[in-house]
Design a protein around this ligand. Structure first.
Ligand code: ADP
Ligand code: MG
Length: 478
């Protein structure tokens, strides 16, 4: 029976793969396991409640059609969700969730219990509050410009962004509690964390939202110890409805602070208050944190932010320019986006230095100026050649557009341009074959391998071709 389930699900996957973006396929469908098939009902196992909700929200129609196609009009789908919501729970327990059945649509039956009477704020004197005010007034410390509106969406941040948005619509009442956002520096953790806070505040003006950096939290705690008012410190934090704590990796090694944070965390969590954390690493890689704290970080959802792709980088630059009311030639924007691919902070840094140069020297913003500035900028930050950049050079060289070389066409010169991009990407970047394939027309690793072999053969046998390759190589390294 199980084998049959596998077979059917495999067929479904083939259809699904053809209908959605590869990245989405990888994120949302590859982790699914078919469990059984009985009476036209296929049961699939999904890793979390969030996963299930996401599938229902975004892929219900596709799933429905696919299932009917494979199993006939009777066909139905049931989910089995691995619940990872409790400490030390090694046995995932399953819940049957019917779908492809109108009643269940958009109405997830697995609900978190919600007690609305809990967690009402009490009048507790504390030093963090302006005295004399009845209702606690807390300075949220939110930065207006770090809004959702200014946060460009891309494949690199889709999961974290949507989870964040969901949290702001329903703080404390989704299964993403805590919501942990992690990434390397400069990829938007702080921005996204603020955005969630701002949106939650807009949606629920009566809720107390607080953004705090972990350094601030530690300093406040140390102060409270010094002033002997630790209880007030704890009470203050326990009154927050949406607590955002940025860069929790700084808790590492601070045992006392971890202790007190542990208690605050528990109290908030029990009372269905929302906790949003950011960190430079996923929980499994965090060092110097107590296991009991780490285990709690895994209760909700950990979502990462990746390096933005070229399109997203261009969109971010355009948004920044638009917000500042500055115009800049398209080619300059593209040049910056092609060449600065480390992180968003550096992208913005490069933009600012070009703007500064142009206004200091009263020079127009031209490609020349951008090239000069970027060269300096990129040298300072040890530029890495990117796949995007290679594709750009290859396209310019053969006078093709990016869309053409990544399209499905089998025209010889276009296939060759694509193969050259793959070959140079293999040569000059550390990207895996799979990643290169993904960037170059959504091909698999075997195609990339084949491309590299083909180019190597041609270089050895065709003199004219070798000259092309050498010229291109020079341009790429320039
Ligand atoms: P982190 O906290 O991960 O180090 P930040 O949130 O400080 O990163 O982001 C660095 C800069 O990049 C900020 O100015 C932020 O506004 C900007 N930024 C990051 N991601 C995006 C995005 N997706 N859209 C727009 N701006 C972004
Ligand atoms: Mg930050």
């Amino acid at each position: 029976m199980k084998d049959y389930a596998y077979e059917v699900w495999d067929n479904c996957l083939k259809i699904i793969k053809d209908n959605i973006h590869y990245q989405s396929y990888k994120t949302w469908f590859v982790p699914i396991k078919p469990l059984k098939l009985k009476d036209h009902i296929l049961t699939i196992q999904v890793p979390s409640q969030f996963f299930y909700e996401w599938l229902e929200e975004h892929y219900i129609n596709l799933l429905k059609k696919t299932i009917k196609k494979e199993l006939g009009p009777e066909g139905r789908l049931e989910y089995s969700i691995i619940m990872d919501n409790s400490f030390n729970n090694t046995n995932p327990y399953s819940i049957k969730v019917p779908t492809a059945n109108k009643k269940a649509l958009g109405n997830p039956p697995v609900q978190m219990p919600i007690d609305i009477n809990k967690g009402a704020s009490k009048d507790i004197p504390n030093p963090f509050v302006i005295p004399g005010l009845k209702k606690i007034k807390v300075n949220s410390q939110l930065v207006d410009s770090y809004s959702f509106e200014n946060f460009i969406e891309g494949d690199c941040n889709r999961l974290a962004r949507s989870a964040g948005y969901a949290v702001s619509e329903n703080p404390g009442k989704t299964s993403f509690n805590p919501l942990l956002i992690y990434s390397d520096v400069g990829l938007g953790k702080t921005h996204l964390a603020h955005a969630i806070g701002i949106q939650a505040k807009n949606n629920f003006p009566d809720k107390t939202v607080l953004y705090v950096t972990t350094e601030q939290f530690i300093a406040q705690y140390i102060d409270s110890v010094r002033n002997n008012n630790q209880n007030d410190f704890v009470h203050f934090y326990q009154m927050i409805d949406v607590l955002i704590m940025d860069d929790i990796q700084f808790l590492s090694g601070k045992e006392k602070t971890q202790d007190v944070f542990f208690h605050i965390f528990n109290q908030l969590h029990q009372n269905y208050k929302q906790i949003i954390l950011t960190s430079d690493k996923p929980p499994v890689e965090m060092k110097g944190l107590e296991p009991r704290l780490l285990s709690r970080f895994k209760w909700g959802l950990a979502a990462d932010l990746q390096q933005p792709d070229l399109e997203t980088r261009i969109a971010i630059l355009q948004k920044t320019l638009y917000n500042d009311g500055i115009e800049m030639p398209e080619e300059v924007i593209e040049y910056i986006a092609y060449n600065v691919n480390t992180n968003v902070r550096e992208l913005e840094g490069a933009l600012i230095s070009i703007l500064a140069q142009s206004s200091l020297n009263k020079k127009a913003i031209t490609l020349e100026l951008a090239k000069k500035m970027i060269d300096k900028f990129v040298k300072n930050t040890a530029r890495e050649i990117s796949i995007d950049y290679i594709q750009k050079i290859v396209c310019d060289y053969f006078d093709l557009t990016l869309d053409t070389i990544n399209s499905k066409t089998r025209k010889r010169e276009i296939v060759q341009a694509r193969q050259l991009s793959m070959y140079f990407a293999k040569k000059h970047t550390k990207a895996s074959l799979a990643t290169i394939g993904l960037h170059c027309g959504n091909k698999d690793h075997a195609t990339v391998l084949h491309a590299c072999r083909t180019i190597n053969n041609l270089v050895e046998t065709d003199k004219q071709f070798r000259i092309y390759v050498e010229e291109l190589d020079k341009k790429i390294k320039m």
